[in-house]
Design a binder for this molecule. Structure first.
Ligand code: SF4
Length: 354
């Protein structure tokens, strides 16, 4: 196959043609090459060792907007506490949020809990076996439904996430609209191993076809890639989903103060309002409404950096034996069962309290 030059790729992008899917022998060879690479090079991840839809579903929800490294421990702990959909459905929302604490985007945990209840009440605790029915469940969108159905039930249905989108755009050299991306993914899908094929496309994007530095010389499908090693490959998808974080100009900076007080194996925490738009009902260190006046004799301070979506917080923590902010004394032993915010977890860990 002729490898296009950067100029021919530029022309193709400028003309924005409808992508031409692979067909015939090329398509078969593409699938085999990708699956062979996946069989030998995939990362050893716990959710790759199971076909249990509960575990696949949990991993897919946890991995949304969260790095694999951050998910691993939470995945294990969550499964220890809630080993199956019945256990999750029977738990209190606070217990679910406590197990989720530190992963962020807590709406995912609430939807997960709601979905588990619906699975138990309306489906006898069993997962529907088609993507179409899975999509009717709370918190299960097109991507998650296709991932569960293909990985667990071998339904030949493609998935598209940020990684797959980037791989497809580079393979075709086309600026794909969303419906085209899904169609293209579906046209490439291996009907005999749909779950593995979907995971191989995502794995390729996560480990080889990287947003800023694609490793084209080691790519198993470079033979069929229009943009391989061209300048465009490096630049055009820099702001894609699954790509690098937002540029600094989109980031917001905030400075906040809070108080850390301990007494007789207790810690002072406050619960966020149940109707708060951000992390409702979760527990945190009592915030100080104003920048406190510091004196040479004032209590010790520590400063933390913490990011939530596009907001970068600088958090000053005053350690105080005589608390000034409103709050409640909570036994330290109860903290693992309490939904605390990720920032609070970070501070309590740094202070060796948990
Ligand atoms: S050859 Fe390079 S740009 Fe093309 S799919 Fe592979 S890693 Fe991505």
């Amino acid at each position: 196959m002729r490898v296009p030059t950067a100029i021919s790729v530029e022309k193709r992008l400028a003309a924005s043609p409808v992508p031409v899917p692979l067909s015939g022998k090329d398509l078969g060879a593409f699938r085999r090459a990708l699956l062979r690479w996946y069989d030998h090079h995939r990362r050893d991840l716990p959710w790759r060792k199971t076909h249990d839809p509960y575990r696949i579903w949990l991993s897919e929800i946890m991995l949304q907007q969260t790095r694999v490294a951050a998910v691993l421990d939470h995945y294990r702990i969550f499964l220890e506490r809630f080993p199956n959909v019945e256990a999750l459905a029977a738990a209190s929302e606070d217990a679910v949020l406590a197990a989720w604490s530190g992963l962020g985007y807590y709406r995912r945990a609430r939807m997960l809990h709601q979905c588990a209840k619906e699975l138990v009440e309306q489906h006898g605790g069993r997962f529907p076996q088609s993507a179409e029915v899975l999509r009717t469940l709370p918190g299960v969108g097109r991507y998650t439904a296709a991932a569960i159905a293909s990985i667990t039930f071998d339904e030949p249905i493609a998935v598209v996430d940020g990684n797959v989108e980037r791989v497809l755009e580079r393979l075709t050299g086309c600026d794909l609209k969303q419906p085209q991306t899904w169609q293209h993914a579906q046209s490439l899908l291996s009907a005999s191993r749909p779950g593995d094929f979907n995971q191989s496309m995502m794995e390729l994007g996560a480990t080889v076809c990287l947003p800023r530095d694609p490793k084209c010389p080691t790519c198993p499908v470079r033979k069929w890639c229009v943009t391989q090693q061209s300048k465009i490959t490096m630049e055009r998808r820099a702001s894609s989903p699954g790509g690098p974080p937002p540029t600094p100009s989109r980031q917001i900076k905030k400075e906040i103060w809070c108080e850390l007080s301990q007494r007789d194996g207790h810690i002072r925490l406050v619960q966020r309002p149940r109707k708060s738009s951000l992390m409702p009902g979760m527990w945190e260190l009592p915030p100080l409404s104003q920048k406190p006046h510091r004196t040479p004799l004032s209590a010790p301070w520590r400063t933390f950096r913490h990011s939530v979506t596009i907001t970068n917080y600088t958090v000053h923590v005053r350690q105080s034996a005589a608390p000034t902010a409103k709050g409640k004394w909570i036994p330290v032993a109860n903290i693992p069962h309490l939904p605390i915010t990720g920032l609070t977890r970070k501070i309590l860990k740094a202070a060796s309290i948990i």
